[in-house]
Design a protein around this ligand. Structure first.
Ligand SMILES: NC(=O)c1ccc[n+]([C@@H]2O[C@H](COP(=O)([O-])OP(=O)(O)OC[C@H]3O[C@@H](n4cnc5c(N)ncnc54)[C@H](O)[C@@H]3O)[C@@H](O)[C@H]2O)c1
Length: 365
């Protein structure tokens, strides 16, 4: 079967990882690397071997042999590049976060749907063996109903010029939670508290609280100022609790057959309050995980979605749900951490006439 053809746009920090994985994918032909900075693009082309280098996005979009683009440029440029690519008939993979605002993301989702093209968000963690296993365990009922999720993603991070720590790091946690929860993550409200103790002008430490489901809650802690790196998620269920420590390759996942027992269904709330809870103390086990690179699986999923004319696992709507929560978190920061409403994430598909005209992307702007 012939391969699909893809160009990678953006050859900075993350673009080379996409280029390497598309280059080695059985599904893809890497057609070109595009960056405003020719030297940067050339370096990546040399690393992956004999790939044309382009500085004009228009040249990629005008090439009828190219089926798709993978956008690894800064978030503020995602919307315009993606819309131009969709309008040129290309399927689009976009790095996280999908766009710089919810409105932009909604427009991208609408245009892709209208044109019948695949729009996929590179929510990389959703393609890791650990997250796939967590999703499988939750879907199979192994953890029971989810009661809480506690996610910590902290390290000494680069203070980004254009985004705060929520927009930089929390897309990872939010996309993972969205993926592992049956039905996705669609809270009505969120609250966020941020701190900027170094006076950088943006939150460097962030705490995000997300009520979801029937009384359940998720908490996300993101931080650029921590000298120790922690990548940990605890997922508590009515049957079992799972701990994911992404920095412990020997035992990334631990499933604890321990928990608090209380009959949630048959007792009234006053009876429940008075009832004695009991603690179940069982075994701990660690699921075996295959060693596969997330971006290789992600590239495969992008190809299968295009060939199968179906939505990919992390489609534009998943990216939009993440943007909706990030925007609500931003509003919550502005009201001292009070709850802010999360606006409905899924746009109506507009009539053709409502879709904005082709956007010219100023390469070099
Ligand atoms: N999935 C992940 O785990 C992960 C990790 C890191 C970064 N990212 C995401 O990847 C994206 C890029 O981040 P980065 O750290 O690589 O940024 P970067 O600044 O290192 O690189 C961006 C590159 O894009 C180029 N560029 C900018 N506008 C362009 C345009 N119009 N046409 C062509 N090239 C253009 C720049 O010259 C630069 O080389 C961001 O959205 C970021 O959030 C994702």
């Amino acid at each position: 079967m012939s391969k699909l053809s893809v160009a990678v746009i953006g050859a900075g920090y993350w673009g080379p990882n996409l280029a390497r994985n598309f280059r080695s994918s059985p599904d893809w032909e890497l057609a070109a690397i595009c960056d405003l900075d020719r030297e940067r693009a050339q370096r990546v082309a040399d690393q992956v071997g004999r790939v044309p280098v382009v500085t004009l996005l228009a040249d990629i979009l005008a090439d009828p042999e190219i089926d798709a683009v993978a956008i690894a440029t800064p978030a503020r440029t995602h919307h315009d590049i993606a819309i131009a690519a969709l309008r040129a008939g290309k399927n689009v993979l976009v790095e996280k976060p999908l766009a710089a605002s919810r409105d932009q993301g909604a427009n991208m989702v609408s245009v892709a749907a209208e044109l019948g093209l695949v729009l996929m968000a590179d929510h990389t963690y959703c393609y890791t063996p650990a997250v796939l296993k967590i999703q499988e365990l939750i879907a199979s009922g192994s953890l029971g109903d989810i009661l809480f999720i506690d996610s910590v993603r902290i390290n000494l991070g680069l203070i980004q010029p254009d985004v705060d720590v929520f927009w930089d790091l929390a897309p990872h946690d939010l996309s993972i939670i969205d993926f592992i929860l049956p039905g996705g993550l669609a809270p009505e409200t969120v609250s966020a508290q941020g701190a900027d103790p170094l006076r950088t002008g943006k939150s460097c430490v962030g705490y995000l609280t997300i009520p979801f489901g029937d009384g359940a809650i998720a908490h996300v802690h993101v931080n650029w100022l921590s000298p120790t790196k922690i990548r940990q998620m605890v997922i508590g269920g009515t049957k079992r609790t799972l701990v994911w420590d992404d920095l412990n390759p020997q035992q990334r996942l631990s499933v604890y057959d321990r928990g608090v027992e209380i009959d949630r269904d048959s007792l009234s709330s006053s009876e429940r309050a008075a009832a004695t809870v009991s603690y179940r103390l069982g075994d701990t086990w660690s699921p075996a995980l295959p060693e596969t690179e997330a971006l290789a699986s992600m590239a495969g999923e992008f190809a299968q979605a295009i060939l199968g004319h179906r939505a990919p696992r992390t489609d534009g709507r998943a990216g939009l749900r993440v943007l909706s929560i990030l925007e609500a978190a931003h509003r919550s920061l502005g009201i001292a951490g009070a709850s802010a409403a999360v606006y409905s994430a899924v746009p109506e598909i507009p009539e053709k006439s409502e879709i904005p005209e082709m956007i010219t992307v100023e390469v070099g702007a």
